[in-house]
Design a protein around this ligand. Structure first.
Ligand code: GTP
Ligand code: MG
Length: 370
C-alpha cells in the first residue's frame, strides 16, 4: 500500500522528526526519520500527536494520504483540570477525596450509590474538576514512567497536627520532577493540636513557599472531617487551572489514557479511561493498549450511562476485546479492521520486546554464574 517517510510526515505536521519518531516508538513502531511507514500507521500517529486526519479521495497517491492534516491547535478550548492527591500516610488523602465525592458528585439513578471507577469529576458553580482516585506515589510514578501525563495539579495533603513527613517530601519531589504545580491542603485543622503555621515553615525547607510568605504556592487550611475549607480548596484548584490555560480539542476522535481496568464476570473487560482529546462516544472503534473494540456502553462515576465524554472527563468503557493495562493509551480509529490490525501489531511488538528482555535476563543470569 501507500507509504510516507517519517521526515515527510513530520513536515506535513509541522513537527520535529524526532517527535514523530518518539510517538511512533510509543506506539511500538521502530522507525528512523528516513524510513517509511504505511498509511494506517501514519494516520494513527498523526492522531496520537493531536492532529485530525482527513482522508482524501480513494485513488490519489502519497499526497492524498494526509492531504488535509488539520492543525487542531486552533480548535482548542479550555478543559477541566485533572488533579491527583498525594501526601504522607494517614494525613487524610482518602478522607478528603471521600468528602469531595460525597458532597459534590451528583449521584445518578442507580440507587444513588457512587461507583468506584478510579476517577471522578465534580461540577462546582465555578467549573469542573476531575480527580484521579489513585492516591499513591507508586501509581503516580508508574504512570509517569509510562509517559502518561495525566495530572495537571497535585494537591499535597499535610496534616496540621503532624507536619512535613518523609512522604510529604517525596510527593514534593515527584511533583517537581513532573513539573506539575502543587497546592497544599493543610488538613485536620479541626484538631486542637493543629499548627498550620508550623506546616508552612517546614515546607519552606522543601522550597515550597506559601503566598503569604511571599511565595507562589497556594495553601488552603481545611478539615476533611468537618468539611471546613474544602470549597476554598476547589476554588484554588480552579484558579491554578486558569493560570495553566489548559486546552483540548473538544470534539472529533477521542484519545486518552487508561486509569483502571478489570474483568467483570457479567460485563467483560471494563476500563476506566480519562479522555484527553476529542469526544469518546458510544459506538466508537478504538485501540486501547494491545486491545481493541467498539464502545458498547459508557458509564460515569455515578453508574449512569452516558452517550459521550469529552476532555478531562473519566468514563468507564465496555466493549473491549480484553483487559488493558493502567497507563495504556487509547485512540479512536475509523473502523474495526484498523483497530484490530493496530492492536495485533502492537501485541506482536510487545511480545517481541518481552522475549528480547527475557533473553537479556537469561544472559545476565549466565554471566552472573560465570
Ligand atoms: P493512607 O491511605 O493510609 O496513606 O491514609 P490517608 O492519607 O488516606 O488518610 P485517611 O483519610 O485514611 O485518614 C487517616 C485518619 O485521619 C483517619 O482516621 C481519618 O478519620 C482521620 N482524618 C482525616 N482527615 C481528618 C480531619 O480533617 N480531621 C480529623 N480530626 N481527622 C481526620
Ligand atoms: Mg488512604
Amino acid at each position: 500500500g501507500e507509504t510516507i517517510t517519517v521526515a515527510d510526515l513530520a513536515a506535513k505536521l509541522a513537527l520535529k522528526g524526532g517527535d514523530v519518531v518518539k510517538a511512533l516508538f510509543k506506539m511500538g513502531v521502530m522507525a528512523t526519520i528516513t524510513q517509511s511507514v504505511d498509511h494506517d500507521t501514519a494516520a494513527l500517529v498523526t492522531e496520537e500527536l493531536g492532529h485530525t486526519v482527513v482522508r482524501a479521495s480513494e485513488n490519489s497517491a502519497e499526497d492524498a494520504l494526509l492531504a488535509h492534516v488539520e492543525d487542531s491547535q486552533s480548535d482548542r478550548v479550555t478543559r477541566p483540570p485533572v488533579v491527583t492527591i498525594m501526601g504522607h500516610v494517614d494525613h487524610g488523602k482518602t478522607s478528603l477525596l471521600d468528602y469531595i465525592r460525597r458532597t459534590k458528585v451528583a449521584t445518578g439513578e442507580a440507587g444513588g450509590i457512587t461507583q468506584h471507577i478510579g476517577a471522578y469529576h465534580v461540577e462546582t458553580p465555578k467549573g469542573v474538576i476531575s480527580f484521579l482516585d489513585t492516591p499513591g506515589h507508586a501509581a503516580f510514578s508508574q504512570m509517569r514512567a509510562r509517559g502518561a501525563k495525566l495530572t495537571d495539579i497535585v494537591v499535597l495533603v499535610v496534616a496540621a497536627d503532624d507536619g512535613v513527613m518523609p512522604q510529604t517530601r517525596e510527593a514534593v519531589q515527584h511533583a517537581k520532577a513532573a513539573k506539575v504545580p502543587l497546592i497544599v491542603a493543610i488538613n485536620k485543622i479541626d484538631k486542637s493540636d493543629a499548627d498550620p503555621l508550623r506546616v508552612k515553615n517546614e515546607l519552606l525547607a522543601e522550597d515550597v513557599v506559601a503566598e503569604d510568605f511571599g511565595g507562589d504556592t497556594q495553601m488552603v487550611e481545611l478539615s476533611a472531617k468537618t468539611g471546613v475549607g474544602v470549597d476554598n480548596l476547589l476554588d484554588s484548584i480552579l484558579l491554578q487551572a486558569e493560570v495553566l490555560e489548559l486546552k483540548a480539542v473538544p470534539s472529533g476522535r477521542a484519545s486518552g489514557v487508561v486509569i483502571e481496568s478489570s474483568l467483570d464476570k457479567g460485563r467483560g473487560p471494563v476500563a476506566t479511561v480519562l479522555v484527553q482529546q476529542g469526544e469518546l462516544k458510544k459506538g466508537d472503534y478504538l485501540v486501547c493498549g494491545v486491545q481493541y473494540g467498539r464502545v458498547r456502553a459508557l458509564f460515569d462515576e455515578t453508574g449512569s450511562q452516558v452517550e459521550g465524554a469529552g476532555p478531562s472527563i473519566p468514563v468507564q468503557v465496555l466493549g473491549l476485546s480484553g483487559v488493558p493495562d493502567a497507563g495504556d493509551d487509547f485512540v479512536v480509529v475509523e473502523d474495526e479492521r484498523l483497530a484490530k490490525d493496530v492492536a495485533q501489531q502492537r501485541d506482536a511488538k510487545r511480545r517481541e520486546s518481552r522475549l528480547v528482555a527475557q533473553a537479556g535476563n537469561r544472559m545476565e543470569d549466565i554471566m552472573a554464574q560465570m
